[in-house]
Design a protein around this ligand. Structure first.
Ligand code: PMP
Length: 376
């Protein structure tokens, strides 16, 4: 049997990993500036992460949500503490798309409306609701096409209030920082205005922090760079489990739902919570949010000076590099010649950097040297 729809973008077979390093089956060493698509937050094979999962596996790996699962509460408490959202409620699921799907459903339930707004360049997942709000017509099947979904221009307010005024908009969904779209940062005033408009017209503001969350940008969530912004829901996944599938929705305490409205068999299982908790413990103990911010400042400053780089954007270790030339051949050379993984984006000239948050400065500087050599 063959695998369905395989798309290896990097023709390497990693069989071992540690920190920000990967090794292929021949023992060749690679540097990971992609983090498995922003998933590896605390580094590959972190000893505390591995140990916590092993210990949990020896205790109890899974039982359905029909029983008490104290480690869920522990995870929620720690997440509240580190994110500052102590009064929010946490719904646990398994992926970013599932988190968004549940947030959309909840927004629709509590407002009694069905329409949604998202923005150009957005990526929210491949399930039916999330894909309809994703700006990529090629992956939207006819059954996911919706007339009540509106993809408006990113960072522009044009059309937003008009749509809300018409009355059927349940919510607006936007990434804390756009990832797949090429690391685009929403303007603070834009986000604040969206929040105000949502309140005015009884719609819910959903911040998709699946890629930008978990300390990566130097704040726990990227939207926390905007003072005073309090979303109605915040979705997360990727870095939350450092490779173990965990997703979640943080839900404002004003949003009440009846029991059983949201649910999923595997969401919040013991192993997933152990992984999630280990990530938070490492983030806190090793001050990785602060490290990400410093490493990011270093990268941004250095990248700006490189010939052939036309723009650099980002916060912390979520960085977009625009190049004069197309990015694909440059990324290939980075992998094949210099043994460095980077990320692509939906814009042809952009390279994305999403390394583990504890990547070392010396590793970042070796990437900079390699990029300089290729571009010169
Ligand atoms: N939201 C954002 C911002 C993402 O980047 C992604 C994945 N690239 C998703 C949602 C979907 O997450 P998942 O693949 O875990 O379903």
């Amino acid at each position: 049997m063959n695998l369905f729809d395989v798309y290896p973008l990097i023709d390497v077979t990693p069989v071992k990993a540690l920190g920000a390093k990967l090794w292929d089956e021949n023992g060749a060493e690679y540097l990971d500036l992609y983090g498995g698509h922003a998933v590896i937050s605390v580094g590959h094979s972190h000893p505390h992460f591995n140990q916590r999962i092993k210990d949990q596996l020896d205790q109890i790996a899974f039982y359905s949500n029909s029983v008490q699962i104290p480690i869920q509460k522990q995870l929620a408490t720690k997440l509240g503490e580190l994110s500052g959202y102590t009064d929010f409620n946490l719904f646990l699921c398994n992926s970013g798309a599932e988190a968004n799907e549940n947030a959309l459903k909840l927004a629709s339930f509590v407002t009694g409306k069905s329409g949604f707004i998202s923005f150009s360049g957005a990526f929210h997942g491949r399930t039916s609701g999330a894909v309809a709000l994703t700006d990529n017509p090629k992956i939207i099947a006819p059954s996911n096409q919706r007339t009540d979904v509106h993809i408006l221009n990113f960072n522009e307010l044009i059309g937003v209030e008009n749509l809300l005024r018409k009355g059927n908009i349940a919510g607006i969904i936007i990434e804390g920082i756009q990832g797949v779209g090429g690391i685009q940062i929403p303007n603070p005033e834009f986000l604040i205005k969206l929040s105000e408009l949502c309140k005015k017209y009884d719609a819910k503001l959903i911040l998709d922090e699946v890629q930008s969350g978990y300390g990566r940008t130097g704040k726990f969530f990227a939207h926390q760079w905007v003072t005073g912004l309090v979303p109605d829901m915040i979705t997360m996944a990727k870095g939350m489990g450092n490779g173990y599938p965990v997703g979640g929705v943080l839900i404002h305490p004003d949003i009440k739902a009846s029991f059983g409205l949201l649910g999923t068999t595997f969401g919040g299982n013991h192993l997933a919570c152990a992984a999630g908790l280990a990530v938070l413990e490492i983030l806190e103990k090793e001050k990785l949010q602060e490290q990400a911010l410093k490493s990011g400042e270093y990268l941004l400053k250095e990248l700006e000076t490189i010939n052939g780089v036309t723009d650099v954007r980002g916060k912390g270790l979520m960085i977009g590099i625009d190049l004069e030339k197309e990015a694909a051949p440059i990324r290939s050379e980075l992998v094949n010649k210099y043994k460095i993984f980077t990320g692509s984006s939906s814009s042809k000239h952009t390279i994305r950097l999403l390394p583990p948050l504890n990547i070392e400065i010396i590793q970042l500087s070796s990437f900079l040297d390699s990029l300089k050599k290729i571009l010169s």
